[in-house]
Design a protein around this ligand. Sequence first.
Ligand code: FEO
Length: 169
Amino acid sequence: MIKSAIETALNDQIMREEHSSRIYLSMAIWCEVNGYPGAAAFLYRQADEERMHQLKLVHYINDRGGKAMLKPLELPNADYNSLLEVFEEVMKHEQYITASINDIYEITLKEKDYTTGNFLQWYINEQIEEESTMSTILDKISLVGKDKAGMFHIDKELDTMTANAAPIA
Ligand code: FEO
């Protein structure tokens, strides 16, 4: 049976992952209507990934004898000034998610819940990957600045990257 401190912490994470999904969905919509179809495809997929991160937590809590809970969510930003701003926000958000996962990991150590600690390893590795991907994209966008041809190229690259990505699982 899962301890209540762990259940609470994981339920908070369900909310954060669901919120991440909505943030990326909102960003994808902005990209799609502002002429960045590649970035939109990338972010639509990212929204799906976050939904999967959420579901994984739902199943884990329920499988351990707890009960997954949904919480109210803040409305994400609908408008951005630039693609650079979008990915700066993505980067900041992923760093925040990494910190939240680390905090839960600490709680599992305190509570001696090594099973949940082991489960969270998957999220720890996922965050390394996501932060690295986002920082690469952000570097490229920063590098081209306002150059339209460069931006077009990056958008294409995001499209290809998304098309070649492994299925979400
Ligand atoms: Fe589920 Fe991008 O963190």
